[in-house]
Write a protein that binds this ligand. Structure first.
Ligand code: UT7
Length: 364
């Protein structure tokens, strides 16, 4: 007799964490060196401030700080080993190797599988899909997924169209193997891309294309560039279409969505998205006013901050949707789990590492 099919394994969210570098840069501070104003930035983007790292602090540092909080949240005793670390980022510490192995080592997780996901602002949703697939296939049991960015390292300080929008941050979740019907189970997914839009959001230099072009690198090649106006409507259109597709796959009506967690690109994009798909704006989670667009960190940071603010309750239905360079887009849904740990606000100073905490305890 054939063996009964193995039960489906879902990726279940069991911990969250986030980290913001301490240096808060207001719109007025940017206006001191750029031809811009607090009024323009607030009206056109909804952004009032962002955080930037200081020299010497890298993406892996922010990722490890957020990751440490998510790990402690998921498992305060530190017993359940994470076997896989995924880092979604546009701003890796180095072009080669990936940043995830470095993050794993900083967290005392050397030996775990570790790799990066490169999908710009959609990176966290692509990372969720990747982690879900690994868990479903039995290739991973417990995954730390971090979205981490230091856009301050690629912004052109003279470009007012990008410098006022992006910020540095990290947000993390822990996913464990579980039951598809339990709260916290992630999925289904809708993912897509359109590489014809490669030039709309890009860093031209630093890759094979530029190195093999035979032409010397221009100074501006190392900076992030975005055709904001063209991207604006594509962001609304793709996130709305992808949101509808994933709600359809999940069998959820739009009025059943308790929280819309869209990529924090621009408050006008988030409002338009909510209006287009029919989610009341008050159900849209936004933190862009204080952190700006943090790319791959945007959704996990928004989730962790909404949780700390007491906004997310067990059983609430969440729709996550993102759009970014590539072009790429993606959406998923989950029902908010019962997370045991106390909600905490996002720190701006790194926590002690797990090994540091243990050695402190042993010397008490
Ligand atoms: O995260 C990945 C996905 N990213 C996005 O989805 C971003 C999508 N795009 C946007 O959020 C918006 O297009 C921007 C915030 C980038 C720009 O807002 P906009 O309302 O589309 O402005 P615009 O590009 O049409 O520019 C309007 C005017 C222009 O001046 P003129 O040509 O009308 O004289 C710009 O030069 O505003 C000017 N401008 C600024 N003025 C003051 C552009 N940036 C600034 C600035 N301060 N920082």
């Amino acid at each position: 007799m054939a063996a009964p099919p193995a039960p489906a394994r879902a990726a279940v969210l069991c911990g969250t964490g986030s980290f913001l570098p301490a240096r808060r840069v207001s719109n007025d501070m940017l206006s001191a060196t750029l031809d811009t104003s607090d009024e323009w930035i607030r009206t056109r983007t909804g952004i009032g401030a962002r955080h930037f790292t200081d020299p010497g602090t890298t993406t892996s540092d922010l990722a490890a700080a957020a990751g440490a909080r998510a790990l402690a949240d998921a498992d305060p005793s530190g017993v359940d080993a994470v076997d896989t670390v995924v880092v979604a980022t546009t701003t890796p510490d180095r072009p080669c190797p990936g940043t995830a192995p470095v993050v794993a080592a900083k967290l005392g997780l050397s030996g775990a599988a570790a790799f990066d996901v490169s999908a710009v602002c959609t990176g966290f949703v692509y990372g969720l899909a990747t982690a879900t697939g690994l868990i479903a296939a039995g290739a991973a049991r417990r995954v730390l997924l971090v979205g981490a960015e230091t856009y301050s390292s690629i912004l052109d300080p003279a470009d007012r169209t990008t410098s006022v929008i992006f910020g540095d941050a990290a947000g993390a979740v822990v996913l464990r193997a579980g039951d598809p019907d339990e709260p916290g189970a992630v999925g289904p997914f809708d993912l897509g891309s359109d590489g014809d839009g490669v030039d709309l959001i890009t860093v031209r230099g630093g890759g094979a294309e530029q190195r093999l072009s035979g032409r010397p690198a221009e100074p501006g090649d190392r900076y992030f560039a975005m055709a904001g106006k063209q991207v604006f409507w594509q962001a609304v259109r793709h996130m709305a279409k992808s949101s509808r597709a994933v709600l359809d796959s999940a069998g959820w009506r739009v009025d059943e969505v308790d929280h819309l967690v869209g990529h924090q690109a621009n408050i006008r994009i988030l409002n338009r998205l909510a209006d287009d798909i029919g989610v009341p704006r008050e159900r849209s989670i936004t933190n862009i006013a204080e952190v700006g667009n943090t790319s791959a960190a945007s959704i996990p940071l928004a989730l962790d901050q909404a949780r700390a603010a007491g906004r997310l309750h067990t059983g609430d239905r969440l729709l996550l949707t993102a759009f970014g360079g590539g072009l790429t887009w993606g959406s998923t849904v989950l029902t908010w789990p019962n997370l045991a740990g106390p909600a905490q606000s996002t720190p701006t100073a790194p926590p002690l590492s797990r090994s540091q905490s243990r050695s402190e305890e042993s010397t008490r």
